[in-house]
Design a protein around this ligand. Structure first.
Ligand code: NAP
Ligand code: MG
Length: 406
């Protein structure tokens, strides 16, 4: 019997909804509390609790993340009209992830978990590609207009001092449409710092790409802000870490990404990140094998799975059926948070435990024991198991490795 691993500072534990809430408890019961003296500050963000607290609980969880530095979050329901009825809500509360992201001013990094028996669709990819998506502005805060006749479209900026700048967009001879969008130097700078910090953290190269040859002011400003911050604050640190920052055109980046072996971070503007993260996730295999971490420019971390609450499986579970829902991304949210906690506190056994647990999960899948979603993708022999059976198989391997390593 190995002594339980101790924690110094706690993790902020943000619980959530539906099937992922069930998995959350399984992970704690089967894989964590038997081995760690788990210390957390607990926030229950299930929809009912958000409604009861007028969503204050979400803000409190984000504030706690700032206080303690590391959080792990379960997937949560973002209510729509149907959920308002289902849960009899006071109002259609905003996405908790959006609220937390706004408070932490963070950037989301998404990376696939790779196993040998599931081959990416792109043959050259051997290591994960992490996408960092800027989460503010551009077309997501765009203002659009459809015009039905000929006429003149102009863009006007009125400064605080009343001075105006004006550009003709187009002299329309007939119907068409117009869009205006914006971004903020301060938001781009936060994004850049989050990316540089995360690259140093992961010891991976950072790529950034826009279309600055065409967009000589807008995209060029992104490029300049990244370059200025890199030169002033990060160039030396990158060279000490033996990693590289490089900027290229978005079309060149796409071609290089496809030919690369992976193993780097790709920073994307808001729309590019939206599209490319779905492309990369699909090409690597499965959303159930994608992790996601929110990194603030001040160095706070919030770990979660990239998928949602897996509602369809939850309705089966409620009928008393055992489901074969993949818990790996949620498990890796926990291990990511535990490793980061260990690194921040100099608690080596805790950080090591996270690594050994990740290996046990990957080895289990590579040995052919997996949930239904992966069985559709994996090569070789496989045995489909329920979520609980999978976690118990991981624990059997974990027990052996812990005796040997931690
Ligand atoms: P979802 O929960 O990701 O599930 C979509 C489908 O993908 C599932 O029905 C399932 O397919 C498959 N899937 C996803 N994760 C899986 C896993 N771990 N194991 C096995 N299969 C998995 O997305 P959704 O159905 O669009 O959204 C459900 C709820 O989640 C919504 O209320 C939404 O607001 C919320 N959501 C939350 C977050 C977050 O908190 N980060 C993110 C996205 C969505 P099959 O049914 O075919 O097996
Ligand atoms: Mg998308």
């Amino acid at each position: 019997m190995v002594a339980k691993i101790q924690m110094q500072a706690p993790l902020v534990e943000i619980d959530g909804d539906e099937m992922t809430r069930v998995i959350w408890q399984y992970i704690k019961d089967i894989l964590l509390t038997p081995h760690i003296d788990l210390k957390t500050v607990y926030y229950d963000l299930r929809l009912k609790k958000r409604d009861e607290s007028d969503d204050r609980i979400t803000v409190e969880a984000a504030e706690a993340t700032k206080k303690y530095g590391v959080a792990v979050k379960c997937a949560t329901i973002t209510p729509n009209a149907q959920r308002v009825k289902e849960y009899n809500l006071k109002q259609m509360w905003k996405s908790p992830n959006g609220t937390i992201r706004a408070i932490l001013d963070g950037t989301v990094f998404r990376a696939p978990i790779i196993v040998k028996n599931i081959k990416p669709f792109v043959k050259t990819w051997e290591k994960p590609i992490t996408i960092a998506r800027h989460a503010y502005g551009d077309i997501y805060k765009g203002v659009e207009m459809k015009v039905e006749t000929g006429g003149m479209a102009e863009i006007v900026f009125t400064g605080e001092d009343g001075q105006q700048m004006r550009e003709v967009i187009h002299e329309f001879a007939g119907p068409g449409m117009i869009m205006a969008m914006h971004n903020l130097d301060q938001s781009i700078a936060s994004f850049a710092r989050s990316c540089f910090n995360y690259a140093l953290d992961q010891k991976q190269d950072l790529w950034f790409a826009t279309k600055d040859t065409i967009s000589k002011k807008y995209d060029h400003n992104f490029k300049d802000i990244f370059q200025d911050i890199f030169d002033a604050e990060y160039r030396e640190k990158f060279s000490e870490a033996g990693i590289e920052y490089f900027y290229t055109l978005i079309d060149d980046a796409v071609a290089r990404v496809i030919r690369s072996p992976g193993g780097f971070i790709w920073a994307c503007k808001n729309y590019d990140g939206d599209v490319m993260s779905d492309m990369v996730a699909t090409a690597f295999g499965s959303l159930a094998m994608m992790t996601s971490v929110l990194v603030s420019p001040d160095g706070f971390y919030e770990f979660e799975a990239a998928h949602g609450t897996v509602t369809r499986h939850y309705y089966q579970y409620q009928k008393g059926e055992e489901t074969s829902t993949n818990p790996v991304a949620t498990l890796f949210a926990w291990t990511g948070a535990l490793r980061k906690r260990g690194e921040m506190d100099g608690a080596d056994r805790l950080a090591q435990f996270a690594g050994v647990l990740e290996e046990a999960a990957i080895d289990t899948i590579e040995a052919g024991i997996m949930t239904k979603d992966l069985a559709l993708l994996a090569a070789g022999d496989k045995k489909v198991v329920t979520t609980r059976e999978f976690l118990e198989a991981v624990n059997a391997r974990l027990g052996q490795s812990l005796c040997e390593h931690v």
